[in-house]
Design a protein around this ligand. Structure first.
Ligand code: ADP
Ligand code: MG
Length: 267
């Protein structure tokens, strides 16, 4: 087997007590890996630690224990400069792009910004590259002149995805990216992600509490499912195994909570 693109070993994150809030062991000794080109769906109820895993994987927070190895590099040992260089290759898209998109900037400027930050293109060249990225995520050229509040939720999420793609990443963390959208818009975003994965050969950590989304995604891209419960991984299995009959009782519980969906035809 080829080396995984991402390896997470014995990761633990504990948030210290603050005021009346007790300390929380948000992530408790979890390990998983993602092969290049693969999607791992990280699922579990609200508050089980999914977003904390996302932040630790991108080293947006320091874990208390564990190793994150990306493309053969232990990111916990990297100095700021090489870490910045590696960050071009790992990007995150969050649930609520409204808070992530600076409201007074135009869409064109928002997508050009990471190009300039990563010194990929500046000025008019960055604007042209931003237009190409907008087209890639299915937004028309006139969207570039608009502000985030003039867009629909689905369009804003496309802008957030275009921004994430700007640095040319090979790994994307998608944290509840479709969870707040209507069903049809969710499907449009899933279709977009499927195309991006195919065209760009992206590797994804797809985080959601919504198993129906994972079920629909698993019919499109090769997916494994990792189930998290109160900071721990309870099982990691192929989507086929997961939806045809999960071994773990907690997975059963999660699946039973999914509103009835047409059964997917899993390839
Ligand atoms: P999920 O994304 O699965 O909903 P999170 O990773 O956001 O879960 O949170 C896991 C646990 O850690 C929760 O109990 C949450 O309240 C707590 N938590 C998350 N972020 C912080 C923080 N910055 N400070 C303290 N506790 C936090
Ligand atoms: Mg979360």
């Amino acid at each position: 087997m080829t080396e995984p693109l991402l390896t997470v070993r014995n990761l633990s994150v504990r948030y210290p007590a603050r005021g009346a809030r007790p300390a929380t062991q948000a992530v408790d000794d979890i390990s998983f890996e993602i092969a290049a080109g693969e999607t791992l769906a990280l699922v579990g109820g609200s508050g089980c630690g999914k977003s904390t895993v996302a932040r630790a994987v991108l080293r947006l927070l320091e874990p208390d224990a564990g190793r994150i190895v990306f493309a053969g590099v232990d990111i916990g040992t990297l100095a700021p400069a090489p870490l910045r260089a590696l960050r071009r290759r790992m990007q995150i898209v969050l649930q609520d792009p409204f808070t992530a998109l600076t409201p007074w900037m135009t869409v064109g400027a928002l997508v050009a910004e990471p190009l300039e930050i990563h010194q990929i293109a500046v000025g008019a060249a960055a604007d042209r590259a931003a237009h190409v990225l907008l087209a890639e995520v299915g937004l028309s050229a006139d969207t570039a002149r608009r502000k985030p509040h003039e867009l629909s939720g689905g369009q804003r999420q496309r802008v957030a995805i275009a921004r994430a793609l700007a640095s040319g990443p090979d790994f994307l963390v998608l944290d509840e990216v479709a969870s707040a959208l209507d069903l049809t818009v969710q499907d449009q975003i899933l279709t977009l992600l499927e195309r991006l994965q195919r065209d760009r050969g992206l590797t994804c950590l797809f985080i959601t509490h919504n198993l129906a989304l994972v079920q629909r995604m698993a019919t499109r891209v090769a997916t494994r499912v990792a189930v998290m419960e109160r900071g721990r991984l309870v099982e990691t299995v192929s989507a086929v195994e997961f939806f045809l009959g999960p071994a773990h009782p907690y997975s059963r519980e999660l699946l039973d909570a999914v509103p009835s969906y047409p059964q997917p035809i899993i390839p």
